[in-house]
Write a protein that binds this ligand. Structure first.
Ligand code: 3PG
Length: 219
């Protein structure tokens, strides 16, 4: 089993751990208008949230990553919803510093082995977590966190799977984040509540900065 754990994966795992420790929340962003990307990212950084996951669900996503990487000092921008080798390559080319996926398919993991981009892969079961551990992954996203069991599930995994550290994402909000962040195997949580579609559409950057500030104060 250990022979599968390459030096390269361990180096990327350390990068993932470092970015998971940058702030208590990784905002999950669905952006439709690339023109909003830089201002939005500056508002998040100003509020104390440097790590930003831009999901590859919109046509604007790659350009948004490119703009944030080039123009927003202090931001660590990555891609979310990475499903394929092509996604990893495109995100790397755009300047992403990390990738997040909702699951952990063998093809994506093979592509991640060949990519310089650190991957935070998603799991929903102990078997998926064990399969990733066999490949050298100790830092995982629990997805969708609340529907699959939430904080109770993570607390139950802490004893049999003590090597693993999680970024639970999916169904978490400001009020429920502390319950997750109090767990010994949680380094941060992910969530879309910092960049709601209505505030993005309205250009409410002060409001987004306020949401970021509240999130940053969670730890
Ligand atoms: C998503 O799939 O959009 C993320 O998991 C965020 O989930 P949330 O909107 O429940 O925070």
């Amino acid at each position: 089993m250990e022979s599968h754990v390459t030096h390269a994966i361990e180096a990327k795992q350390q990068q993932v751990e470092a970015l998971m420790r940058l702030a208590p929340v990784i905002p999950v962003v669905i952006i439709d208008d690339v023109k909003a990307a830089v201002t939005m990212a500056r508002a998040l950084v100003a509020g104390g949230i440097p790590t930003i996951e831009v999901t590859l669900r919109t046509t604007a996503a790659l350009d948004a990553i490119r703009a944030i990487a080039a123009e927003v000092e202090g931001a660590v921008v990555g891609c979310g919803t990475a499903l394929t080798a092509r996604d990893l390559a495109a995100a790397t080319q755009a300047g992403a510093r990390f990738a997040v996926s909702p699951g952990s398919s063998p093809h994506l993991l093979d592509a991640a082995d060949d990519s310089e981009l650190p991957l935070l892969p998603g799991v929903a079961t102990a078997s998926e977590a064990m399969a990733l551990l066999e490949r050298g992954y100790r830092h995982l996203k629990l997805f969708p966190a609340v529907p699959v069991g939430g904080a109770k599930l993570l607390a139950a995994w802490a004893s049999p799977l003590p090597q693993l550290r999680f970024c639970p994402t999916g169904g978490i909000a400001l009020a429920s984040a502390p319950e997750f962040l109090a767990l010994p195997n949680v380094l941060c949580v992910g969530g879309s509540w910092l960049t709601p579609a209505d505030r993005l559409a309205a250009g409410d950057w002060a409001g987004i900065e306020r949401l970021a500030r509240e999130a940053a104060a969670l730890r």
